[in-house]
Design a binder for this molecule. Structure first.
Ligand SMILES: [Ca+2]
Length: 471
């Protein structure tokens, strides 16, 4: 748990990608610019002007930047994005959907502008990111826990701008503070503060999250390196850190790593409620969205889902197109995710690409999977870790004109399917984000709503309530 001791990488989370900055003893001294004496402007008569002999060699004009790709963004029918953060303790309004398109790159007309050929995450869960109720007191004292504390400095004193601050009984790297948010939230940011007028504060900490308070996961960067957050520099200033990749969690834990005088913390957590459409799948269940009548032709798309299982093998998703043998498959194999994608094959050039991501994912904890694609650039994200791959296909578009199957495939002889069993476990919020049809296909939610384009190919889905039990 404390293998990160001594590492002083600090994370700056302002950019779209996490950057690690390592301390260095090398100081670059930049000499102050020698000031050029101001040149007197000389006005010349017309006949003074001579053409310069220096001829600039011809350079072909640099190609103009590619025109931005403009995609009219869907306003998802029937899914109102939430616009206020309902604080904990107040019953959730009938929700709708905690989903918004990423504001990054979206113009005021609601169009998505993509200027570069990198994969762009279309998905941004929270429209607003209010504090989740630590400072305000909506989160009760009983929701605060810590490894240890001294009297008068109980865990519940760790409220931002509060009079006191949590202080553990020991000053070592095994101390932690955690908070039960009461239900699952998208956590998008955290803030810390030391103890006022005491010169006690935490300089560096890292973060863990959990759905049950027992199984904890470190918040990492894309390369699975634990993120060390830059904490406080004084005892009363508030330092907020945004999570470049929001986590869905009920419990949030702070692990102090370096501190000044004593570990003292006051904290706040920011985000928005997470609403779930979850079902349990036995190996017989296959749900679908039928794209036969409105085929999907996407140059860019995103498939997201969350899963929880203790079976190491199973087909989670399968969809294909008939014209160029396009397909998209998601399987669990020996506890790893395998994504198979073919944007189009010809006899001369087969186009299938297999991407492996994650391990020991059959631990009966929720895992977050996103397949984010822009043309041939495919990113597979498991929790925070990302694997990037370029498609081998000669084509750029994923063309799906059959059913998008969830939980298994009716025919395991299809190209791209390697494992025998269908998925057994829980699936949650299975979304295909399709710019070509201006839609977010929320397969499980629409199944629940008995939308005619969605259905069960075979079997039955089990209640999502059993997915909320933890072992
Ligand atoms: Ca294609």
């Amino acid at each position: 748990m404390d293998q990160m001791e001594g590492c002083i990488a600090i994370t700056a989370s302002t950019g779209p990608r996490t950057q690690s900055i390592r301390f260095s003893t090398v100081t670059h001294v930049i000499p102050s610019a020698t000031r050029r004496p101001a040149r007197r402007r000389r006005y010349r008569r017309l006949d003074d002007i001579r053409f310069s002999r220096r001829v600039t060699p011809y350079q072909p004009p640099s190609p103009p930047p590619p025109p931005p790709l403009v995609i009219n963004l869907p306003n998802v029918v029937g899914h109102q994005p939430i616009d206020d953060g309902t604080p904990i303790g107040i019953p959730e309004q009938e929700l709708n959907y905690p989903m918004e398109w990423n504001t990054n790159g979206i113009d005021r007309g609601g169009r998505l502008i993509i200027n570069s050929l990198t994969t762009v995450d279309l998905y941004s869960p929270c429209k607003k990111q209010p504090s989740l109720g630590i400072e305000s007191g909506t989160i009760p004292n009983t929701a605060f826990f810590a490894s240890s504390f001294v009297q008068g400095r109980e865990p519940y004193t760790a409220r931002l701008n509060g009079r006191y601050a949590w202080r553990p009984a020991y000053m070592d790297a095994d101390q932690f503070l955690y908070i039960d948010l009461g239900s699952r939230y998208y956590v998008t940011a955290i803030a810390t503060q030391g103890r006022r007028a005491a010169k006690e504060f935490v300089r560096i900490y890292n973060l863990m999250y959990s759905d049950n308070g027992h199984n904890w996961f470190y918040y990492t960067n894309e390369d699975k390196i634990i993120v060390n957050f830059a904490g406080n520099k004084n005892d009363n200033g508030i330092v907020r850190n945004n999570l470049t990749d929001p986590v869905i969690t009920r419990y949030v834990r702070f692990n102090p790593r370096q501190w000044n005088n004593f570990i003292s913390m006051r904290v706040e957590i920011y985000g928005c409620p997470f609403t779930s459409s979850s079902f349990s799948f036995d190996s017989q269940t296959i749900a679908y969205y039928d794209a036969t009548f409105v085929p999907l032709h996407n140059q860019q798309d995103e498939l997201r889902l969350r899963f929880k299982t203790n079976y190491p093998n199973g087909v989670i998703f399968y969809a294909k197109g008939t014209q160029n043998n396009d397909y998209l498959t998601i399987e669990l194999r020996n506890g790893s995710i395998f994504v198979g994608i073919d944007l189009g094959s010809t006899p001369e050039r087969p186009g299938a690409t297999i991407i492996q991501a994650g391990s020991v994912l059959d631990d009966y904890q929720w895992h977050d999977l996103a397949i984010i694609r822009y043309l041939k650039n495919v990113s597979v994200k498991i929790d925070q870790a990302v694997v990037r791959e370029e498609s081998q296909s000669a084509f750029n578009g994923l063309d799906l004109d059959g059913k998008l199957y969830v939980g298994g495939a009716p025919n395991h002889m299809e190209r791209g399917i390697m494992v025998r069993p269908n998925f057994q476990g829980c699936l949650e919020n299975v979304l295909y984000i399709s710019p070509s049809t201006n839609s977010i296909l929320d397969i499980l939610q629409n199944l629940q709503r008995q939308n005619p384009f969605y259905g069960l190919e075979q079997g039955m889905v089990g209640s999502g309530a059993m997915c909320e039990t933890y072992i």
